[in-house]
Design a protein around this ligand. Sequence first.
Ligand SMILES: [Zn+2]
Length: 138
Amino acid sequence: MPKPTKTDLTKYRKLLEEQLAILKGDVGSMRDEALRASEQDSSVDHLADQGTDNYDQSFMLSLIENEEETIQLIEEALDRVDGNGEWPFGACSMCLEKAEAGEMKKADVWIPKERLQYITWARYCVQHQAEVERRESA
Ligand SMILES: [Zn+2]
């Protein structure tokens, strides 16, 4: 996979900014809804109803948590596009480490375009993403 060109970077920057705007909008309205649900909780006397509300609320909050994590990832990716990140945009940070250790070619550290198109904020290639997730859930 080739390194992203300047034109690619401009395109990814635009994508990231759009995704960030959408997510930030979503988090705002989802948080409002979760808060409204919790206000309703205090006025509900039926335990059964309360149970459902609590379930909905924690489900909502977990979504918000994930969105905030994604927002963080997007903001980091934007830094990488601007050259202010910890590594160049479009590279897998674990492949980079391997390349630095001489375990793989520097030319192979770039995440495929098909993946970046879909997950613009990706920090890893598909293989390393799976490895990281396995490690985190272990
Ligand atoms: Zn990798």
